[in-house]
Design a protein around this ligand. Structure first.
Ligand SMILES: [Zn+2]
Ligand SMILES: [Zn+2]
Length: 94
């Protein structure tokens, strides 16, 4: 069984990359687990890297505190940005 990364806001499964309206205002979806299965909710180190690609400003990053795996949203392996090369990160392939 391949482990799919789910994104949630307040425990609700939501599509990644969209802001979700909550009682507290707009919230950003966050992954529940890293690719290795470590729980990330409330524990991930959240960051941001700028992206020179057309039509986007950057990538949200969530880093697993246990294995250091970093999640990028949107992913780095899209042709319109060269962040994969810039960061030296290879996208995970499942
Ligand atoms: Zn990029
Ligand atoms: Zn992990």
């Amino acid at each position: 069984m391949s482990r799919r990364i789910r994104y949630t806001v307040d425990g609700r499964i939501v599509p990644p990359g969209e802001l979700i309206r909550t009682a507290r205002g707009w919230a950003e979806p966050a992954p529940t687990h890293c690719p290795a299965g470590h729980p990330l909710t409330g524990r991930a180190l959240v960051g941001w890297i700028p992206c020179p690609g057309a039509g986007r400003t950057g990538h949200r990053t969530h880093e697993c505190p246990e294995c250091g795996e970093i999640h990028y949203r949107p992913p780095l392996d899209e042709p319109l940005c060269d962040c994969e090369r810039r960061t030296g990160r290879l996208p995970r392939t499942d």
